[in-house]
Design a protein around this ligand. Structure first.
Ligand code: ADP
Ligand code: MG
Length: 493
């Protein structure tokens, strides 16, 4: 039974004209395995090569050529399976999926059908509100990619590029467990994060190394699953979410008009934000699957599985739990920091021996903001983790206030200098000398006797005014806590 038959969450329902509807979403992701060579041939897989320069006779479907399995691809599929908490099947089978297409010279794709290399698993979604939710993974199988038809090279001809033909893909199929476009987005983000942690796929959707087919249906709450449509090859998370929003609304409208949904394969037109019918959906039996006679069943050596298991890195969920436990971070902050391994590592260097909450705020706030503006990844951050840590140290030991620290941060970004150097050269050290602050307070109070009496007769808001004036007089360098304390004393409040 699908998990979807037992779960119904009121808050995910959408309103139609005639009542509420539940959206059901299942995703099929094609993830290109990070390997130097193809799944069954030695041809290279590098992105961006000239057309047909990375093609072996196996990929081109020459008669009599024999496929040889790429062991690295197998190991990476196992690794991904373990990362998805999934069952690894000791024996799996490669099948021929037969169909005719210009960019498929063999006339079939080698794939896995009834016995995939990886069985059921699960993936935890980190939702923007900090909550989590589990989605079932149905299976992961290995298969070959097809070639590519180039329609834009010649006015009347289509060219075929076989560089991609035979490249190893993992097809990762989810249960129909998602209920909103936001959940589908969270699923893809999490899956991509896990693949990147594992180094089994680069997750680069723009280059096509991760592509998503979205299956969408709608139903009245409590009813059996409705007929689904499959939106093919959507190549960004944003588009997946848009496609689901559009398609679910479309289906609700059709059904409310008294129509029926036919099972179709559809395309997402990102320019117009709509989905269009491409063809009626083929059934599995149309492909005449049968075990590829050129390939023996894939039998995994238990030692290989154990070796892969032993090489597993700490994954996002484990890291997140550790950040929450050790650094007392909120689930939301922890989730943001572990999404990319490089960010998590950066944060850990900053947080080591320091106030972790403060470190998290600086990394996810000011630093992310600055990197975003500069269009840089964290690996290329102009401020190193050590340098950011140095800035936080100056806040922690009261050398500078949190407010001055913002200016120091901006100067670090501009000059590449350390926080200490900037504070010294610009004289930003905060005044913690009680006498100096008191003197400044006395001057301000003497200059605003009218406001002092207003304050004393109940106009509490003026306190902020006095703070502001002293700060101005000290160029923002008065220690805020000390200033507050002394000012209260002087004003007798
Ligand atoms: P196929 O190989 O023909 O695409 P599968 O049975 O492998 O079919 O299912 C593909 C995807 O469709 C899975 O991700 C599954 O969760 C999803 N799915 C199945 N039924 C529905 C449904 N009624 N509504 C939405 N998604 C569905
Ligand atoms: Mg499918």
């Amino acid at each position: 039974m699908f998990t979807s038959d037992v779960v119904m969450r009121e808050e995910t329902l959408i309103d139609g004209r005639t009542g509420k509807w539940e959206i059901i979403i299942g995703l099929e992701v094609h993830a290109q395995v990070t390997t130097q060579s193809k799944l069954f041939s030695g041809a290279a897989t590098a992105f961006g090569a000239d057309p047909n320069t990375q093609v072996s006779p196996v990929d081109a479907g020459f008669p009599g050529m024999l496929p040889v399995i790429n062991e690295i691809a197998v190991e990476k599929a196992v690794k991904t399976g373990l990362g998805l908490n999934a069952v690894i099947n000791p024996v799996s089978v490669f099948d021929r999926k037969n169909y005719f297409y210009a960019d498929l010279p063999t006339g079939y794709q080698i794939s896995q059908y009834q016995q995939p290399i990886v069985g059921k698993g699960r993936l935890v979604l980190d939702m923007p509100d900090g909550s989590t939710r589990e989605v079932g993974v149905t299976r992961l199988h290995l298969e070959q990619d097809a070639g590519k038809s180039l329609h834009d090279q010649h006015p009347s001809m289509t060219f075929v590029d076989l560089n991609r033909a035979g490249v190893a893909l993992m097809e990762i199929v989810s249960e129909p467990d998602m209920r909103t476009a936001e959940e589908a987005g969270a699923y893809l983000k999490k899956l991509r994060s896990i693949l990147r942690y594992l180094g089994t796929c680069d997750g680069n959707m723009e280059e096509g190394s991760m592509r998503c087919d979205c299956n969408v249906s709608v139903r009245r709450p409590g009813e059996p699953l409705g007929t689904r449509n499959e939106i093919k090859n959507v190549n960004s998370i944003r588009f997946v979410m848009q496609a689901i929003e559009y398609e679910s609304r479309r289906q609700v409208e059709v059904l409310e008009e008294g129509g029926t949904i036919r099972q179709e394969t559809r395309l997402f037109d990102s320019g117009r934000g709509i989905t269009r019918a491409m063809r009626s959906k083929e059934e599995a039996h149309d492909y005449r699957y049968f075990p590829d006679p050129d390939l023996l069943p894939l039998v995994l050596d238990p030692a290989l599985i154990e070796r892969v298991r032993a090489s597993m890195p700490e994954l996002p969920d484990g890291k997140k739990a550790r950040f929450i436990a050790d650094f007392k971070l909120s689930p939301y902050d922890a989730g943001v920091l572990v999404a990319e391994q490089s960010t998590a590592h950066f944060f850990e260097v900053v947080a080591k021996g320091r106030d972790a909450k403060l470190a998290a705020n600086w990394v996810t706030g000011d630093l992310f903001g600055a990197l975003n503006k500069l269009g840089l990844g964290i690996e290329a951050s102009p401020i190193s983790a050590e340098a950011l840590g140095g800035l936080i140290d100056l806040i922690a030991d009261d050398t500078i206030s949190g407010k001055i620290a913002k200016d120091v941060f901006a100067a670090m970004l501009d000059t590449g200098k350390s926080a200490g150097e900037i504070v010294e050269s610009q004289g930003l050290r905060q005044v913690t000398d009680t006498g100096a602050i008191e003197k400044s307070i006395d001057e301000i109070l003497a200059a605003h006797t009218d406001k002092v009496s207003q304050y004393r007769s109940g106009k509490d808001k003026l306190f902020g005014f006095f703070v502001g004036q002293v700060m101005k007089a000290t160029a923002g360098k008065a220690n805020p806590a000390l200033l507050n304390e002394l000012l209260r004393k002087k004003l007798g409040s």
